[in-house]
Design a protein around this ligand. Structure first.
Ligand code: ADP
Length: 841
């Protein structure tokens, strides 16, 4: 391929070519064209052909030659600049520019400048313009630098556009939340504008207040005298004009531009950051709020004097007005919302009070309802033959369970409402959280596995001591785990506990239904429940209570969830300052509503040496006179937990893993049987029910109270338990206070029963004695009637007189008479007595 030959240098279109053709080059340092080097010619041809702005500076004088595209950049200096040395073209900046160009001319480096500002008079006014350009050396064929090649692109639109976008973005980001008033938001918006005064060199904002819409200046910047900002604009002749415009803009709701500022407000505005010019134009913009018919204020925004207020600039002010409107609308909405929340909070307080009252009121009738029903069940247990049919038993059972659930709910309600009124005061103590957590979690294993779920617990092996309220911690773990199991159809529930020096983290993850994003924050609200196609039993209190208890410990709770995939609840609480050398408390029954329970919570736990019975667990107690409880549970963790829990309630607990060991413990100490037995139903070897049957068969333990622990859904087992003679059953998972309350209630019942039986035996003995006495006396009277020929009354009188006379008990005197056949007196004495009883007649 061959290119056409180059036409003569200045042939072709364009103003510059025309100028070049008519130019007397001989009068310039470049000399006549015919003397020009090939390099100059070809470089110049390249420059003139280019559509991009290009400037060449040739020779030691750096004579300027440029193309048509470059003329706007050189502004008013064109056309004189063509063919003149750079120093003469830019005398004002030559010192700085010249030094910079040495880098290129002496060192041969290319320099690049981005978005350099130049004020150019290319459109009849001084205009801020931005260019990105590079200076590179022009080399001759032998490599000597013979000139400077400057290629540039204008970036004015980009720089100015970005500047405006930034302002709009930042005004949109003005905080509209708590505590921010409309005036605050206006001030913040002006602060944003003040950070980029190139665009809006000054601003004054007013709010129209009150019925008579009096104007109040609330913020300003860019005024000549910052100390007297209000004065410079709002006093004097100019002031009237500004407030007039502002007033009009507020009335009409339409923006206006204001011109001739320099004449109308001489000295009012500070010179802008771009150059010495002060603003001459401004735009007055109304502040509107969606939903309000009338603007609530307005602002006067200065226009950058180095730009024209063209369509684009006006569009910017229109967008600014919209952005401010959105911000103010948000502030107004937020204020309204805050007011609504305050009203709701009042309502909520009233509701809480109501709940508290109602809950208290509910407790009494519930107790009255449950008491007789439970009595009915107890009676049925004692006398299965008489009384309820299986169907009736079932109904009463259902009623009792529903009643107990209701009582639990009422308790929870009281706890949350207490929490809301600032009533939760954790009783912090050094607790081994690993142990408590594993113990509580242990209760869920059978339930979870029964429901076909995998149940994993990962807890550090070593002690994990933290200052917490153990009862509250148990409630937290219980609620989260029971939700995890309840809302998971398939897969696994995993509990992990970890800690560093400062915090303990409990994580409970499930593969259940998950919680939609919209519900995630609200599930911690009281009574909030997620609407699902498969409704689950619940009240919506659990998580609210958990959140309160966690907060009461200075911790926080988090939730992540993927609907359909599962949920993870994370509880983080501070470890607290555990005192050195402290004693770690195991779980206690501390429940603050119940002073009876608190009493036990104060007790220390000590461990006494194991019993002599082989394979028996240790007896854990505070006190040798403490009632004795035998605990039969095969799950090691749960057994350890329950042991400490029950021991903390004042019991001497002996824990064993199976029924065989339990029976050998009882047999090994026939003189000191336990006062109560708590046994799991599912045990390796003999079941808990067989244990009950065998205990009932032995006379020494026939009446021993036994509570069986059954898995949820093990109703059948519970009924069998009752049939086998258990006194009570409790379904896992249970709340520790409930277990302790049942243990105490059964123990007390047992004591009362034993006392009643003891009293009955005493009375029987007395009656037996009385009967016996009357039989001996009767025989003696018969003898005396026969010996002394007396009627029965006289014979009795004789025996009585003899008893009084000899100062002996009637019965023992009678026994002598029966034995000897006569009164044990001399005949004279007997005659005297006979005379005495005969005399009255
Ligand atoms: P309740 O379970 O008695 O309804 P909660 O306060 O414990 O009350 O829980 C509130 C709601 O949060 C529940 O109704 C349930 O919709 C949802 N939720 C709680 N835990 C889970 C979980 N692990 N998986 C799925 N949903 C859950």
């Amino acid at each position: 391929m061959t290119f056409p030959r180059q036409p003569p240098l200045f042939d072709g279109p364009g103003d510059i070519r025309g100028l070049c053709r008519s130019m007397d080059w001989a009068a310039t340092p470049l000399g006549p064209v015919r003397t020009w080097s090939a390099t100059l010619r070809s470089t110049l041809a390249l420059c003139l052909d280019s559509g991009f702005p290009i400037l060449l500076n040739w020779g030691s004088d750096l004579v300027a030659v440029y193309n048509d595209a470059f003329t706007p950049l050189i502004g008013g200096k064109h056309p004189e600049a063509l063919g003149r040395p750079a120093k003469e073209v830019w005398p004002e900046s030559w010192d700085a520019v010249g030094a910079r160009l040495d880098e290129v001319l002496v060192r041969g480096r290319t320099l690049r400048f981005t978005d350099e500002r130049q004020i150019l008079e290319r459109n009849g006014y001084p205009e801020e313009c931005y260019f990105t350009f590079s200076h590179s050396p022009i080399r001759d064929v032998d490599g000597t630098i013979v000139g400077l090649f400057t290629a540039s692109t204008e970036t004015t639109a980009q720089v100015v556009g970005e500047r405006r976008m930034r302002i709009l973005r930042e005004v949109g980001g003005v905080s509209t939340t708590d505590g921010n008033t409309i005036a605050d938001a206006c001030r913040s918006a002006l602060q944003v504008l003040a950070r980029t005064p190139e665009t809006v060199p000054f601003a004054v904002a007013y709010l129209a207040e009150g019925e008579d819409t009096e104007l109040r200046q609330i913020a300003a910047y860019g005024l000549a005298d910052a100390g007297d900002a209000a004065g410079s604009v709002s006093t004097g002749a100019g002031a009237v004009a500004v407030t007039e415009v502002i007033g009009r803009v507020i009335r009409t709701g339409r923006a206006e531009s204001v011109g001739d500022l320099r004449n109308r407000f001489p000295g009012a505005f500070a010179p802008g950051p771009i150059g010495p010019l002060t603003p001459d134009e401004a735009v007055a913009v109304p502040f509107t709020v969606s939903g309000r018919s009338r603007p609530i204020g307005a602002a006067l925004f200065g226009v950058n004097p180095y730009r024209r207020l063209n369509e684009e600039f006006q569009e910017f002010f229109a967008m600014l007005a919209r952005q401010i409107r959105d911000t103010l609308t948000d502030v107004v909405a937020y204020e309204a919302e805050r007011h609504r929340v305050e009203v709701l909070a009042d309502l909520d307080r009233a509701k809480t009070e109501f709940f508290q009252n109602v809950s208290h009121e509910l407790r009494t009738p519930l107790t009255l309802l449950l008491g007789p029903l439970q009595d009915l069940l107890a009676r049925q247990r004692r006398q299965p033959a008489a009384g309820l049919s299986p169907a009736e038993w079932d109904s009463v059972e259902t009623a009792v369970r529903a009643g107990q659930r209701l009582r639990g709910l009422v308790g929870d309600l009281l706890k949350v409402s207490g929490a809301e009124t600032g009533g939760v005061f954790p009783d912090r103590r050094a607790v081994d959280l690993a142990e408590v957590t594993v113990g509580v979690a242990g209760m869920f294993r059978s339930w979870a596995e029964h429901a076909g779920l995998r149940f994993d617990i990962a807890v550090p092996d070593e002690q994990l001591t933290a200052l917490v309220d153990p009862a509250m911690w148990s409630t937290i773990v219980t609620n989260l785990l029971s939700n995890a199991v309840k809302y998971t159809q398939l897969g696994a529930v995993t509990l992990t506990l970890a800690a560093d020096e400062d915090e303990v983290m409990l994580t409970i993850t499930d593969t259940g239904s998950g919680i939609p994003l919209a519900d995630r924050r609200r599930v911690f609200d009281r009574f909030y429940r997620v609407t699902t196609s498969e409704p689950q039993e619940g009240s919506g209190i659990g998580l609210a209570l958990v959140a309160e208890l966690v907060a009461a410990h200075g911790g926080h709770i988090g939730l992540t969830s993927r609907p359909g995939m599962g949920s993870t609840f994370t509880v983080i609480i501070p470890v607290g300052d555990v005192p050195a050398g402290h004693e770690t408390f195991g779980p206690t029954s501390a429940q603050h509503a119940d002073p009876d329970l608190d009493r036990f919570a104060e007790q220390d736990i000590v461990t006494s040496p194991p019993l002599d019975t082989a394979a028996a667990g240790q007896v854990t107690t505070a006190d040798p006179s403490a009632p004795r409880l035998l605990l039969v549970e095969d799950d090691d963790d749960l057994r350890a937990y329950l042991t400490r829990l029950i021991a903390a309630d004042g019991w001497a607990v002996q824990d064993v893993p199976d029924a065989e060991t339990a029976l050998s413990v009882v047999a090994g100490r026939p003189h000191l049987p336990p006062d109560l037995v708590v046994t799991d139903v599912m045990l390796p070897g003999r079941s808990g029910l067989q244990l009950v049957t065998e205990l009932r068969a032995a006379p020494s333990t026939a009446r021993l109270p036994v509570i069986v622990l059954t898995a949820l859904g093990g109703n059948e087992a519970a009924i069998q338990g009752f049939a086998a003679g258990a006194d009570d059953y409790i379904t896992k998972p249970f709340q520790s206070p409930e277990l302790l309350a049942r243990i105490r209630a059964n123990h007390r019942l047992h004591q009362l029963r034993e006392q009643a039986i003891g009293d009955a035996e005493d009375r029987a003995e007395q009656i037996r004695g009385a009967l016996d006495s009357s039989r001996v006396i009767g025989t003696a009277i018969g003898i005396l009637m026969a010996v002394h020929r007396l009627n029965s009354t006289d014979a009795f009188q004789l025996l009585l007189a003899a008893s009084q006379n000899s100062n002996r008990k009637l019965r023992s005197l009678a026994a002598d008479v029966v034995q000897s056949g006569t009164l044990p007196f001399r005949p004279t004495e007997t005659d005297a007595l006979l005379l005495r009883i005969a005399r009255p007649r």
